[in-house]
Structures are given as structure tokens and as C-alpha cells.
Design a protein around this ligand. Structure first.
Ligand SMILES: *Cc1c(COP(=O)(O)O)cnc(C)c1O
Length: 464
């Protein structure tokens, strides 16, 4: 064990990690990165197949972003947005307003995705007080939604394994059916279109009776990533936008995972031509360089908070590092690269390679459903794909595949029995091809072991 692994195991509590298993197994220590690859301290190279947990866009150590951050560092690393302006945060805000759907004209900065959601929830709540409709307090969310890990964000989240234990701490929400057709089992509904109509009807039925007490609906658009890349029917978010507008309910769109090109457009909303009342951004906002969150709002919302000091309409909310200049400088450089490199225009052939592999994976014996939206993919394993019977979860099947893939130079991560694939947008067609070939090899290898020894425990990477 090298000294960093020793110190890590001695002193660090890792996120979303069972530390017992962590401490018992050998772990990778990353030394540096270059482009779409990560290098460990022993000099081994790995493709970054999950964009360093969904944040990296233009690759690691991108000269333009490195230089922008260094240039800002030579001026000042941090100064507060409470009472002062800094140049990068002003520049980034202007750019964000330009690139997001028309109508989102103001930027409220925070530190990450969870805080971007917290701000949105509080803004929605306060908005209705300013509007003279204080009884509009409820939030509508989706089954299996994920909006971050702070308590407000967990309240509007809905993933049992992550959230159940905190139930007594959370405020109540109205939960709508999870809009994933593959995971649905509603009698009499046999097509994705029927399913979409069912979902929208369910929402309308609720709003018709209850919209006077609903503040906002919050959704992840097109893809519910943290639930395991669950995909929504075409036309769903457009329908949700129409209904929330019709029934005077704010729509908060959480683009923390889907934003900045992941779905093939700069923002997922653009796929259905909608504009929400609020949009939450983080992850790709600094191209994966630094922590930063933003809550974008319409003028209508912003204006209701204006008033004399004595009216107490101020949004009393903010963080120490709000609008951090280094993070915002990285954000500006990242957005400039979208233009300079024609990042969005160059995605279709990359998405096509992913589609080919997804199709192939769907023919594999233990793949229940491999699915893709743009540059996002999830491969869900099933012990019996026809009857949709999952593997015993203690086998940690998908986790075993991810561990195996490391042997061949690919870092990917699973969520339950779904393998997540989310390469940096800068990855070339050839690199994506190689990443997915490695993944298929790892899947094949583990599937063969399943056929050979039905009792194997995959939690221990040394088992293979
Ligand atoms: C990751 C994520 C969050 C939380 O962001 P953090 O930066 O991890 O706090 C919120 N919403 C969605 C959709 C996410 O994928």
C-alpha cells in the first residue's frame, strides 16, 4: 500500500461508499490526467468513462481552461459576492443567460448541484408569498428523482436506497409516477406513447384539484441519471411544461446532469423546445474543473423579490464561496470552448457509435435494457431479461463489471445493477469505440463467470 492509499484509508470517509469494503480492497490513487485519460501513481492509464462523475466536458488539463484559471489566480482567488462584484462571475452570468433557453435572465450562484436545487426550492416557496398566494407551498416531484444530498434536495428526491432513512427529516411532496417506460407496470399500457399520456393525465388530474396549494414541480429533463439513467418518453417534458403553465405552477428543471451537451443539445430542454421558470446548473458548468452551482430564473420571478428594504422581500440565502472567481473563470473558458471546438455540432457521430454498442449490448444474455440519450448511457443487468428478474443485489454484478473494466484501462461506475457510461464530450469516435469495447469485454468476462459458478461474490475484486 502506498502512502496516499494509507492516508486515505486512515483519514477519509468517502461519499456514497461503504467504507468497510473500501478499506478491505486495493484502491486506485490518481496522480494526473490528460485529455480523456486518468493516470494512477503506478503509471497505469485509464479512460475516464464517467467524466469524473459527470462533470468533465473538454478533457483534463485543457490548455485554454488551465490558462484561464491561472490568469485569474494571478489576480485573486476569491472575493465575496456579498456586497462586491467580481469580473469572472459577471462574465459567466452573461454567457449563461445567452446560452440557456430564452427567458432565463438572472443567475443566482451557489456551490454545487444540491445548493442550486436548495436555492430553487426556497425561491419558489418565497415567490408565492410575494405573489400573495402563500398557500402554494407544495412541491411535485417524480418517482426515483434525484436532486442532490442536502436536506431540501433530498426532500424533493425519491430514491429509496439513498433517501428512505431520512424520511422523518424531510418535508412532504406529491410524488408522480416515475416516467420510465421500461420500469413501469401499469395495466393496459403497452406503448411509450400511451405511457406518456398516462403520466400527463395523472399530473393534470392532480393539478386540476390541487394547483392552489402547489408551488412548483421539479424534474430532471429527459434522463433521471442518478436513478440509473432512466429515460422519459418523447414529449413528456413538453407536456409537463404545458400543464404547469396552464395550472399556474412553477417548473424547476434540474439540468445538473443533463446540461452542457450531455443529451446532444447544450441543454436537455432544447430537445423539446421548452423553457422552465427555473433551471438548476452545476457539474459541467465549470467543464469539470471546480465546484459551482447556478439557479437561473425568469424576470417574472426575480422581479417579485424587488422592493424597499423594509418590505423584507430580499432572498436571504447565500454561501461563502458564491460566485467564486476561479470557478467562474473556468466556466467562461469552458463555454468558449463549446463554440471554438463546435462541441455540439461534433456530437452526432459520437452518439452514433454509442448507439451501435448499445444495440449490441442489448443482445447480451444478462443485459435487460441498455439505453442511451445523446452522450449518456445506462446498461441495466437482469438475471432473466425476458421476465425482468434482477440479479441478487448482494452479487454486486455491475460493480464487478466496473472493477473488471479497470484491468483493461476503463473507469466506469455502476448505480445498483446499472452500469453508467458518460464519456467526456471531447472523446473521439475512436476513443469511445475503445472504451465500449473494453466494457463489453468486461461484461463478457463476468457473464461467463456467472454461467460457470452461480455463487460467485463479485464484491471482492480479487475474486477475478
Ligand atoms: C449530481 C446531481 C445533483 C447534485 O449535485 P452535487 O453537485 O453533487 O451536489 C443534483 N441534481 C442532479 C440531476 C444531479 O445529477
Amino acid at each position: 500500500m502506498n502512502q496516499w492509499e494509507f492516508m486515505d484509508k486512515e483519514y477519509i470517509w468517502h461519499p456514497f461508499t461503504q467504507m468497510k469494503g473500501w478499506n478491505e480492497n486495493k484502491q486506485l490513487v490518481i496522480d494526473h490526467g490528460e485529455g480523456v485519460k486518468l493516470y494512477d501513481v503506478e503509471g497505469n492509464a485509464y479512460y475516464d468513462g464517467i467524466s469524473s462523475l459527470w462533470v468533465n466536458i473538454h478533457g483534463h488539463r485543457r490548455r485554454e481552461i488551465d490558462e484561464a484559471v491561472k490568469k485569474q489566480l494571478d489576480k485573486i482567488a476569491h472575493t465575496t459576492l456579498l456586497g462586491l462584484i467580481n469580473k469572472p462571475s459577471a462574465e459567466l452570468a452573461k454567457k449563461l443567460v445567452e446560452v440557456t433557453p430564452k427567458g432565463l435572465n438572472k443567475v443566482f450562484y451557489s456551490d454545487d448541484g444540491s445548493t442550486a436545487v436548495e436555492a430553487a426550492v426556497k425561491i419558489a416557496f418565497q415567490y408565492w408569498q410575494h405573489k400573495g398566494l402563500p398557500e402554494k407551498q407544495q412541491f411535485i416531484n417524480l418517482g426515483d428523482s434525484y436532486h442532490g444530498d442536502t436536506v431540501g434536495a433530498v426532500s424533493v428526491g425519491n430514491i429509496d436506497v439513498f433517501h428512505k432513512v431520512y424520511k422523518p427529516l424531510l418535508f412532504n411532496t406529491k410524488k408522480m409516477t416515475c416516467p420510465s417506460f421500461y420500469h413501469s407496470s401499469i395495466e393496459g399500457i403497452n406503448s411509450e406513447i400511451e405511457f406518456r399520456d398516462f403520466l400527463l393525465q395523472e399530473l393534470e388530474d392532480y393539478l386540476k384539484e390541487n394547483s392552489d396549494k402547489v408551488a412548483a414541480m421539479i424534474i430532471e429533463p429527459l434522463v433521471q441519471a442518478a436513478a440509473g439513467m432512466l429515460m422519459q418518453p418523447k414529449g413528456y417534458i413538453k407536456g409537463v411544461r404545458e400543464l404547469t403553465e396552464k395550472y399556474n405552477v412553477l417548473l424547476i428543471i434540474d439540468e445538473v446532469a443533463t446540461g452542457f451537451g450531455r443529451t446532444g443539445k447544450l441543454f436537455a430542454c432544447e430537445n423539446e423546445g421548452i423553457c422552465p421558470d427555473m433551471m438548476c446548473l452545476s457539474k459541467g458548468i465549470t467543464a469539470g474543473y471546480m465546484a459551482l452551482g447556478a439557479t437561473m430564473v425568469t424576470d417574472e420571478i426575480y422581479n417579485t423579490f424587488l422592493g424597499e428594504a423594509a418590505e423584507y422581500k430580499t432572498f436571504y440565502h447565500g454561501h461563502s464561496y458564491t460566485g467564486n472567481p476561479l470557478a467562474c473563470a473556468a466556466g467562461v473558458a469552458g463555454l468558449e470552448l463549446f463554440e471554438k471546438d463546435d462541441v455540439i455540432e461534433n456530437l452526432p457521430p459520437k452518439m452514433a457509435v454509442i448507439a451501435e454498442h448499445i444495440q449490441k449490448m442489448n443482445t447480451m444474455k444478462y443485459v435487460g435494457n441498455a439505453r442511451q440519450c445523446g452522450m449518456l448511457a445506462g446498461i441495466e443487468l437482469m438475471h432473466d431479461k425476458n421476465l425482468k428478474i434482477p440479479f441478487d443485489s448482494t452479487l454486486l454484478m455491475a460493480g464487478g463489471i466496473c472493477q473488471t473494466a479497470r484491468k483493461y484501462g476503463l473507469i466506469v461506475r455502476n448505480i445498483g445493477d446499472v452500469i453508467i457510461f458518460m464519456p467526456p464530450l471531447v472523446s473521439t469516435v475512436q476513443q469511445i469505440e475503445e472504451m465500449l469495447s473494453i466494457l463489453e469485454q468486461a461484461m463478457q468476462e463476468v457473464f461467463e463467470k456467472v454461467d460457470l459458478h452461480s455463487n460467485i461474490k463479485f464484491s471482492d475484486p480479487c475474486a477475478f
